[in-house]
Design a protein around this ligand. Sequence first.
Ligand code: OGA
Ligand code: NI
Length: 196
Amino acid sequence: MENTYESFISSYIGDKVGITDDFLGLALSGSLKKNLLKLHSCNQLLEAGTGNQQVDHDKLFRSDVIHWLDPENEDEVEQYFFQVMDHFVEHLNRTCYTGINAYEFHYTLYPEGSFYKRHLDQFRSDDSRKYSMIMYLNEDWKKEDGGELCIYHSDGEQKISPDNGKTVFFKSSELEHEVLVTHKPRMSITGWLKTL
Ligand code: OGA
Ligand code: NI
């Protein structure tokens, strides 16, 4: 795992966006996806707000639906997910002095036709979100399915296809990004490593 972390972190340092295909492992991705589909079938995925404290359900800005993971939840899959994240945060703090002491993650579903317009992940009134992480849960994603994560760098755009098992990592205060319209349901775990 340390090798995966090292190449993940060095791609972040080199390109401002860390990408790895090897972070959660296929078994854990598959189980998280099953959980997500179950939550969806029980109507437990809800619209998210776009501003701090303010839930404005602005569907013109983002049209995904979410459900927060809760570390207190006894679900074995989520427990294992949090163990993986604890391990990664410990590695990051030890090797990069990042000072992460909190995190938050949600299941995310972008129904067909949905998107998230260009934004930054840090709120103006709260800078606790330090790093954004997205872990995709979509098997056999094709170019015509759309739904790329488009990251705006000073020298151009980077489009990332939301392929199963891929994890993306970038600084929340720095890179504006957007989720392009998806033509198929698009699933992920999305979260933030924080300093409180
Ligand atoms: C977000 C976000 C990107 C993605 O939830 O803030 O930008 O690829 N997600 O899902
Ligand atoms: Ni974002």
